[in-house]
Ligand binder design. Sequence first.
Ligand SMILES: Nc1nc2c(ncn2[C@@H]2O[C@H](COP(=O)(O)OP(=O)(O)OP(=O)(O)O)[C@@H](O)[C@H]2O)c(=O)[nH]1
Length: 444
Amino acid sequence: MSTIISEELSATTLLRFATAGSVDDGKSTLVGRLLHDSKSILTDQLEAVERASAGRGQDAPDLALLTDGLRAEREQGITIDVAYRYFATPRRRFILADTPGHVQYTRNMVTGASTAELTVILVDARNGVVEQTRRHAAIAALLRVPHVVLAVNKMDLVEYRESVFAAIAEEFTAYASELGVPEVTAIPISALAGDNVVDASANMDWYGGPTFLEHLETVPVSHDLAHCHARLPVQYVIRPQTAEHPDYRGYAGQIAAGTFHVGEAVTVLPSGRTSTISGIDLLGVPVDAAWTTQSVTVLLADDIDISRGDLIVPTKDAPATTQDVEATVCHVADQPLTVGHRVLIKHGTRTVKAIVKDIPSRLTLDDLSLHPHPGQLVANDIGRVKIRTAEPLPVDSYADSRRTGSFILIDPADGTTLTAGMVGESFASPEPVKDEPDDDGWDF
Ligand SMILES: Nc1nc2c(ncn2[C@@H]2O[C@H](COP(=O)(O)OP(=O)(O)OP(=O)(O)O)[C@@H](O)[C@H]2O)c(=O)[nH]1
C-alpha cells in the first residue's frame, strides 16, 4: 500500500469531536440517541437504561441516562471536567469529548475542543442563537477547530418548520464567519424523536443535507496531516545494547504532526544537531514513513546526543527556537495567573521553568472586546500573555500546527495545570540573551 493511500485511510478512520451547548439544549439526549441508533452502545447498557426509565414510569428509554455517569463526575467538582467516550460505526471510529455547557465551564470546552477536528454546537430551536452559542462559536474560532456543526435541536417543538431552522442557521453562520470559523454545517434535528440524528427525518423532507451521523462519518479529517510540518517529541531513548544489536539507539515518541520518511535530513532541537533518518520502527516493524499520532522509534545515521524532551524535525521545516513566547491562553486553575508568576511550561515532552512577563489583554467572549492589562487572569478567562522561558523552546505558531503550537503552564509547587496556551506569535531570538541565573534559578 502506498504511503499516500494509507495516510488517507488512517485519516478517515478516527474523528475526534466535541460537543457544546447551553444547559438543557439536549446534549445528553443527542449523544444517547447517537449511540443508541448507531447501535454503538452495549446491550447491557441499554437494558439498564430501559429498566431505569420504566422504573420512572417512562414508556421510552430516557437516552440522556446514557451519559449520566458524566453528571455524577461533574457533581464531584472535578476541576477540568471533560469526559471522553469512544464509539465506532462500520465507517469510522470516534472519540467524543463531552463538555458541560454552563458559563463557568469555558475551560472545559477549551480542553475538549483543543484536540477536536469538529465541534458540535447545540441550540434549542425555540431559543435560537443565545449568548452561550456565541461564546462557543468564539472558542471554536480561537481553537481553530476545522469543522463546526450547528445542531438545531428540538425541531419537534417548532413543528419542524423550515423557516425557524433557516433563520437560526443564517444568523449563526454569519456570526461564525465574522469570527473566522472556516466551515459551518447546520443540521435540523430532534434528539428526542431521533429526526436526522442517525436516520433521515420524514418530518423534515425540506432538508436535503446529511444526517448528523452521516456528516460525522464523512467529514474530512486530513487537516492536520496535510498542513503541518513533521514533529517528533522524543519520549524515550532506547538503547538495548544486546549482543545482537550492540549499536542500536532509537528515539521513541508519538509523532505530533506531519510525516517522517526514511532518508530525510532532520534536525534535533534545541541543540540544532543534524542527521538523517536511517530507519523507522512502527510496532517493531520497519516502515518507510510514519505520520501524525503513530508511536514510532526513529533511528538516525549519526550517533548524536539526544534525550527525552528533544524535538526531531525535518531540517527543511525546523521551527525557530525562542525564550519569549507570546500566546493566547485560557486560564483553567482556580488560583489566578498574575504578572511575575513563576511557572513551568510543558511543550511536547519538554518542561522548563518560565515567568509570566506580561498579560497584555483579556478577551471578553460575549462581544469579543479586549481589555488591556487586566493584571491577572482568573478561571475561564481568555487572554494574551507574554512568557519568558529559562531555555529556548522550539515552538510553532498554533495557526501552523495545533499540536506543537500549544502548551500548558503548570504550578511548580504542586504540579496542577494553570493555563492552556496557544502560541500566537513567537519572537525568535537566535542568540538567546541569558543573564547569570540567581541562586534560586528563576532569573532568566
Ligand atoms: N421535545 C424535545 N425535547 C428534547 C429534545 N432533546 C432533548 N430534549 C429534552 O430536553 C431536556 C434536556 O435534555 P438533556 O439531554 O438532558 O440536555 P443537556 O443539554 O444534556 O443538559 P445538561 O446535561 O444539563 O447540560 C430533557 O428533558 C430532554 O428530554 C428534543 O429533540 N425534543
